[in-house]
Design a binder for this molecule. Sequence first.
Ligand code: HT7
Ligand code: ZN
Length: 891
Amino acid sequence: APLIRREDYSAPAFWIKSVDLTFDLDPAKTLVINKMQLERNLDVPAQALRLHGEDLNLTRVLVNGESVSFRHEEGLLVIDSLQGVPAGPFTLEIRNTCAPEKNTHLSGLYTSGGGFFTQCEAEGFRRITYFLDRPDVMAVYTVTLRANKQQYPVLLSNGNLVEQGELDNGRHFAKWNDPFPKPSYLFALVAADLVAREQWVTTRSGKNHLLQVYVRRGDLDKTEHAMNSLIASVVWDEARFKLPLDLERFMIVAVGDFNMGAMENKGLNIFNTKYVLANPATATDSDYLGIESVVGHEYFHNWTGNRITCRDWFQLSLKEGLTVFRDQEFSMDMAGSASARAVKRIDDVRTLRLSQFPEDAGPMAHPVRPDSYVEINNFYTATVYDKGAEVVRMMQTLVGRDGFAHGMTLYFERHDGSAVTCDEFAQAIADANPQSELARLLPQFKRWYSQAGTPRVTARGRYDAPSRTYTLLLEQSCGSTPGQAEKQPFVIPIAMGLVARDGRALALQLEDEALPASGAYPQERVLVLSENREFFTFVNVDEEPVPSLLRGFSAPVTLADGLSDNDLLLLLQHDTDPFNRWEAGQRLALARLLAAVRGDGDLQLDQPFIGAMRGVLTHPTLDAAFKELLLSPPSEIYIAEQLESVDPQRVHAAREAMRMQLAQALRDDWAVAFEANQATGGYAPDPISVGKRGLANLALNMLCLDAVARGDTVWPGRAYQRFKDASNMTDRQGALWALLASHSELAEPALARFYELFKGEPLVIDKWFTLQATAPESGGRVFARVKALMNHPDFTIKNPNRARSLIAAVCMGNPAAFHRSDAAGYVFWADRVLELDGINPQLAARMARVMDRWSRLAEPYRSAAREAVSRVAAKPDLSSDVREIVTRALA
Ligand code: HT7
Ligand code: ZN
C-alpha cells in the first residue's frame, strides 16, 4: 500500500451535495442503492470521477439516468467520461451489494448479535458503497432501511425519522433524513432487535430533545448511568462552552462487537457495550468513570468533529485532541472538589506517560499532526488523542480559561459547517486573545503539531543570599524521532511555585516586575520557556526555596530538576499543588526501584521512605483516592521506560519487593485503613465513595500479600468472605484481585465462583479473563493459564473485547508473564497477530504494537523479540495495517 503524504493534499475534483441511500438488509447479501447529486469542483483542474470502493459487488452505474462506462483501478471506481462535465449538478446512481455477515473487519456494514451495525470512520463507508470517502466531502443524507420486521424491529440512521411503514413478506421500512451536511465517516445505520431507555430533556433555549440509549433486551437495567452521563454532557457543553444540542433526537446504540470505544456518528452514536452497560453488580467504579468520559467524549464530538470536521485525516487531532481535552475537563468538573479534580488529572497523566511517552520514543513516533501514513487506522494513537489534548490544554494555560472559551466561540463563528485544519483552530484561539503569549509565539507554539518526541526540560536553581534572589535556569532539548533528526525549541508553559523549608508557599516576584493590581505577588505562576535556555530570576526571596515545577503537569515533557530526597519529601508533605505532591511520592519510589533494577537487584526500603508512606496512609485529612494514588508504586511499564536496557523480570521483582515491604512495614496501618474506608449506604460512583473503595481494596491487597507470606490465613479468609458477600463489582473484583495478587490458594475457588455467577454477562467474563491474564506472574503459571484459557469455550478471538481481555491483557498488561527467557511469550504474540490479521487487521495492528519497544530489551529477550517481529513481517499477504507497524518496528 502506498505512503500517503500530508503535503500531497488536494481538494476533491467533485463535491457530493446530497445522497439518497436505500438498503435492502440481508446478512448474506445486502443491496445498496446509492443516488448522489454531484457537482464539479471548478477550483481544481478537470479530472475523471474516482470513487472509493472496497469489498463491494457493483451491479449498476447510471449518470443522469443513462448507463456509462467505468473501470476499476486499485480500490477506485473510475468514470472517465465525467472529466470536464459542465458546471451544475448531475445525478449518479450506483447499485452494489455487500456481505455484512462475512465482514469480520468490523469496518463498514457488519452483523453482530443478530443485528446490523456500521462503523465508517475512518474509511469504512467505501465498504458500504462507492463514494468520495474523504472528510472534506460533506453531503446531506436521506436513508431508507428495509428489513425483516421480526428480526430487525428497530431501524435507525442519522437525523430525523421522516417515514416508516410495512412492506410485503414480513418486511418493514424506515426513512431518515439528516439535515446537517456531513462527511461519510459520520454515516451510521442500525437494524436490530433492541430496546431503549428514553428521556426528554429541555435545553436552555427551551427546546425539547429526545435522548435514547438502545441496548439488547435484558440490558435495560444497565443503561441508567449512560443516560445520566449523556444528560450531564448536554448540560455541561451548554454551560461551559455555550454549545447546545442541535438535534431533535440523540441516540446511543450499544454493540458487542466493536473495534474501539465508541463512534460519534451524527445523532446516532454507536458504542462498544463496555462504555454503555453498567449496574453495581457488573461494573466497577472505573467502568462507571469510563462510561461517563466516553459518553461525554462522543457527545462533545457533535460540535468538535461533526459541526466542524477535519479537512483530511492528517488533521485528526483537530477533533480528537480537542475532544479528549473537553472530555477530561468534563470529568474534572463532574468530580467537583479540588482533590477529586487532581485525582482525575493524575489519572490522565499516568495514561499519557504509559502509552504516549513510549510511543513518542519508539518506532511509531509521529507528530500530533502526522506527515504521512500508510493506513490511517494506525494513527488513532495516544499521540493524536492524548498528546493532542495536552497541546490544547497548553493553549488554555497560555490564554486562560475565559480566553480559551472566547477562542472556541471564534472558532465556531469562523468555521461552523466546514472541514478545516489544526492551523485554523490554533489561529482562532490566538486571534481571540491577541495580548496572550500564545498570540505572540503562535508559529513557534505550532511546533507541538509538527515535531514528534517528548521534550526534556532541565532545571537548575541557584539561591544568592546576599541579593535575596533565586535564579532558575531552564533548558530544553528533544531527541530525534523517525524522519526528524533535529528539533527546534518548543513553547513550554511551566506552572510553578517556590516552597520554603517550613512548607510555606513563597511570593513570586520576577526581576523588574511591578506590583500587580491585586496588591500581592502570586504564589503560583506560569513561566513560558521558548528558547533552548532561559534564566528566570525571582527577587525578595528570603531563604533558599525548593522549586515546584510543572505543576498540574502543565506541559507534556519530562523534567529533570535535580531535587534531592529531602526536597521531594518536603514537596510530598507541603506542596499546595496536589499533582506535584503525588509526583514527589512517585519519584521517591521510582528512585528506589531504579536503583534496585540497575544495581544488584536487591531492594531494601529505607525508614524515611517508609515513614513518608506511613504519613500518607495515616494522614488525617487527605482524601482516600489521593492516598491510593500516592501509595501505588509506579507501574512496571513506567519503570521500564526509564531504563536504557530493560530486563522485565528484574523490574517485576523490584516492584514486587517494594509492594511486599510496604505491606509488611505498614501492616497495622493497612488494617486501620481497610476498616476506616468501608463505603456505607447503597452503591454510588461519587468521588468520595470511589476513593474509599479504592483504598480499601489496596489495603486488602497489601494485607493478603503480607499474610500469605507469613502463612497467616486470616486476611485471605476475610478477603474470600468479602468476595462472596460483596454488594458491588468493585468490592468483589478487589477482593478477588487481593487473593490472586497474593497467590492465595483461595484464588482458585474464588475464580470458579466468579465464573459461575457471571457466565451470562459477557463484559464480566471479559474481566474474568483479564484478571487471570494480569495476575502477578510466578514461575510461569500465569502464562500457562493464558494458553489454557485460549481453549476455554467462552474464548473467541473474533470478538475484540474478548481478544483484548486475554491476549492484549497478557501481552501488554503483564510484562513479567509475557517477556520470558524461553521466548514463548513472543511466539504466542506472533501466532496471535498472524491469526488475527486474517480476521480483523485493525485489531491485529493494535496487538502488533506490543513489540514497538523490542529494541530496548536486554538479552536474551531482545534477539527473541526481533525474531518474532521478523516472522510476522515475513508473511507475504500481511495486511497493510500490520505491515506498517512491523516495518517501522524493524527499521
Ligand atoms: N472517532 C472515533 C474513532 C473510531 C474509530 C477509528 C477507526 C476504527 C474504528 C473506530 N471506531 C471509532 C472514536 C472517538 O475518538 O470518539
Ligand atoms: Zn474521539
